[in-house]
Design a binder for this molecule. Structure first.
Ligand code: CP3
Length: 355
């Protein structure tokens, strides 16, 4: 049986739309916070059995349509020889900021990149139901580079943007190496049992349209093309990048995930007319994009917001998600209300939408 998420990703008609939540495998579940009292985040990521256990926590409680592997954006950087710790976000011991350091980076073969992640995935996949998907993930070149160059999370990541202005050739070398790292890493995850992978571009929206198009987009295309050639279904996620959304719709990914600042209903209507190189089936799946803060307003408001959104958003080719990660402190009752509202869609006609 083909998992529901994969059918939606390929633009097939489905009985209801699939749902998962970004960052569902950490951050907010009480059982995760309890486990965090016994282990550090690094220990949970390093042990495939523990990473598999955390990945399954939200599945057991909420029966989502997809599980996202428990790991971090920075995880594959250790294969580049980069040392890091977490407090709470990634902190790099020696940030990479000279042309010599960038030229010295060697991208290892796939099996050498974070093998503990593939090991966890081999444990997770058999625990899922036949119609549930396992998702792997990696960072988009700009977003992983942002941490490597800046050394830690920083508002606006100015060092990487300055590097682009100072030496676009060196910046391009860094983008190309990370694109290859993420591509090889994601192919390994697919081999380990992932049905699809999500490329997270948390910070790509920091650039102007002109800079993104000239200096970043080609590397994302290389990454996605590598995955397409290897037969790996892909979702490309961009946070806080409404000015890039229309350009991102042309990327060779099966799905495009956007944050809540974007009007997904309008984009769907527009893409209906659109035929790009990636649009073999005539559609492109869209994923998202409820404002994660709505969950803090409680289960009734959450259910109403989900219902209003799915009434407006055509079902076919839509994967429901929040616009960004679930917030710490999101009430479990709100997540339950969200899931219940989406489940109730099963059996209702999908034709009532008119774009
Ligand atoms: O979706 C999931 O639940 C799977 C696991 C996952 C983590 N990080 C676990 C994690 C995923 C998909 C990520 C991706 C990630 N990590 C991104 C891209 C997605 C996004 O949110 O934009 C980014 C930018 C990071 C970097 C990062 N790692 C930050 C900013 C932090 C700080 C705390 C936080 O949760 O945001 C981390 C640490 C981290 N990664 C934690 C978890 C569960 C918290 C560690 C802890 O519990 O102490």
């Amino acid at each position: 049986m083909k998992p529901l998420l994969l059918r939606a990703l390929h633009g097939e008609e489905t009985d209801r739309r699939p749902t998962w939540i970004m960052r569902q495998a950490g951050r907010f579940l009480p059982e995760y916070l309890a486990l965090k009292k016994r282990y550090t985040f690094e220990e949970l990521c390093a042990d495939p059995a523990l990473a598999a256990e955390v990945t399954m926590m939200p599945m057991k409680r909420f029966d989502f349509d997809a599980a996202i592997t428990f790991a971090d954006l920075i995880t594959p950087a250790s294969a580049l020889g980069v040392k890091f710790r977490f407090d709470p976000g990634p902190i790099i011991a020696d940030p990479i900021n000279t042309p010599a350091e960038i030229r010295a980076l060697v991208v290892p073969s796939g099996p050498e990149i974070a093998p503990e992640v593939a090991a966890a995935q081999r444990l997770i996949k058999p625990q899922l139901k036949a119609d549930q998907a396992l998702l792997g993930f990696a960072g988009a070149p700009f977003s992983l580079a942002a941490y490597l160059v800046e050394g830690r999370g920083k508002q606006g990541f100015p060092l990487l943007r300055a590097m682009l202005a100072e030496d676009p050739v060196v910046f391009g070398e860094l983008m190309a190496k990370i694109a290859l790292l993420s591509a090889r890493y994601l192919v390994e995850q697919h081999k380990a049992g992932c049905d699809a992978v999500q490329v997270f571009d948390s910070w790509g929206g920091l650039l102007s349209l002109a800079d993104w198009r000239a200096h970043v987009k080609p590397h994302i295309i290389d990454l996605l093309t590598h995955l397409r050639d290897a037969g790996v279904p892909t979702i490309f996620f961009a946070n806080d990048a409404p000015h890039l959304a229309r350009e991102m719709a042309d990327l060779p990914s099966d799905g495009l995930a956007l944050c809540w600042r974007n009007d997904l209903v309008a984009l769907r209507a527009e893409l209906g007319e659109h035929t790009g190189p990636n649009l073999e089936t005539g559609t492109k799946a869209l994923q998202g994009n409820l404002d994660p803060a709505i969950l803090l307003a409680g289960p009734e408001k959450t259910a109403a917001a989900v219902q209003a959104f799915i009434t407006a958003m055509p079902r076919r080719g839509h994967i429901f998600n929040l616009g960004h990660g679930i917030m710490p402190g999101a009430p479990l009752e709100s997540v339950a209300a969200l899931i219940e509202t989406l489940r109730a869609e099963a059996g209702t006609p999908s034709e009532h939408h008119s774009a």
